[in-house]
Design a protein around this ligand. Structure first.
Ligand SMILES: C[S@@+](CC[C@H](N)C(=O)[O-])C[C@H]1O[C@@H](n2cnc3c(N)ncnc32)[C@H](O)[C@@H]1O
Length: 339
């Protein structure tokens, strides 16, 4: 007996469930019946259309002219996540590719500010004056991200959650998400890479490197696991270690951000031995203990150009991966971190 309502029920249920599935499960669902295959094709196309799944101000599409991979699968967070509450586990799924529109704001929790010493104050200036000489959040010693574009890590101070000013304040230029047009392009030897989809001016904010903030112990543990998987070609790790140095040269702060499983589009930025065209800047904001790693254009960048930075000095390890940055000074080996 025919059931005229059945196909719609399948399609409606598929719309709810399929966006939660990772690619392998999505492929399995596609082989179940024709209605599901059509629904999977639609979810795949929507995923390929926006790596940021609507969580950034502009969509960031995948472009692949090299093989048949339509997109890279990971969980998206527009800003870094600190350790979850005891007993809580990291999210294992996030809807991606649904036809229904998502809520306009990110649903991830902001980093937890509990336990901050009460002496950590923000500013109380009128929004228009933020960042000026009277603003408690302005750090006259720090590099201005647009002008301090010498090699190495810059620093910048912004207003934060404990300030009186509104999110639209002029001293929060890295806190409004990815507002420039970008796309994620597949390369023959480097996997995916982040590209400018419009011309960018020197000093323009591009994106934050968002992921999970890790303890050094956890970063070392994951590094070992990722090295094994990466040397077998099974994973492109995106765990970054940032060290801030005292004038003496001694490292004084180590920040570990892992964007491998949960991250934002910065996880697609490839290495270039010539330093690349992005300037990494550590951004501190009032009320946040950990600095955020943000990228600014280190020079004018033309539409279509790949965005790169230097992962560090090439310290060759037995399992060092080959570098395909193509720069004239390429060392031939991807820098790898001895953690
Ligand atoms: C942070 S991810 C960058 C995005 C990555 N290409 C992807 O497909 O997800 C770092 C990984 O990208 C690859 N990669 C980055 N820069 C590269 C380069 N210059 N040459 C070869 N592979 C590179 C390596 O596999 C590295 O472990």
């Amino acid at each position: 007996m025919s059931n005229p309502g059945a196909p719609d029920t399948v399609t409606e249920s598929a719309e709810l469930v399929l966006p939660l599935l990772p690619p392998q499960d999505l492929a399995a669902a596609a082989s179940a019946c024709r209605a599901l295959r059509a629904a999977v094709t639609a979810v795949t196309a929507r995923r390929a259309g926006d790596a940021a799944r609507g969580l950034e101000p502009l969509p960031i599409p995948f472009r692949n002219y090299v093989d048949s991979k339509p997109y890279a699968y990971f969980l998206y967070t527009p800003f870094s996540l600190t350790r979850l509450a005891p007993g809580a586990s990291a999210p294992s799924a996030q809807p991606w590719g649904a036809a229904w529109t998502r809520p306009p704001r990110p649903t991830w929790p902001r980093p937890n500010l509990d336990g901050l010493p009460s002496a950590v104050y923000g500013c109380a200036c009128a929004a228009a004056e933020c960042g000026g000489t009277q603003c408690a959040c302005a750090d006259v010693e720090a590099d201005a991200a647009g002008s301090g574009l010498e090699a190495g890590m810059g620093s910048l101070t912004e207003c934060g959650d404990v300030c009186a000013c509104a999110p639209s304040c002029g001293n929060r230029r890295t806190q409004r998400g990815v507002a420039v047009r970008l796309c994620v392009v597949r390369h023959l030897h480097k996997g995916w890479g982040l590209h400018a989809a419009e011309a960018l001016s020197c000093g323009q904010f591009v994106c934050e490197y968002a992921g999970e903030f890790l303890t050094t112990e956890e970063a070392r543990r994951r590094h070992k696991v990722y090295d094994e998987l990466a040397s077998g070609g099974k994973l492109c790790p995106a765990l970054i270690v940032i060290r801030e140095h005292l004038p003496s040269g001694k490292a004084c702060l180590r920040v570990n951000i892992d964007a491998t499983r949960v991250g934002n589009v910065a996880r697609f930025i490839n290495h270039s031995c010539d330093g690349g065209n992005l300037h990494p800047v550590l951004v501190r904001s009032s009320g946040l203990l950990l600095p955020r790693l943000c990228f600014f254009a280190a020079r004018d960048i033309v539409e279509g150009e790949e965005l790169t930075f230097s992962y560090g000095d090439a310290r060759v390890r037995p399992k060092g991966l080959p570098c395909f940055c193509g720069s004239s000074g390429c060392s031939g080996v991807l820098p790898s971190e001895e953690t």
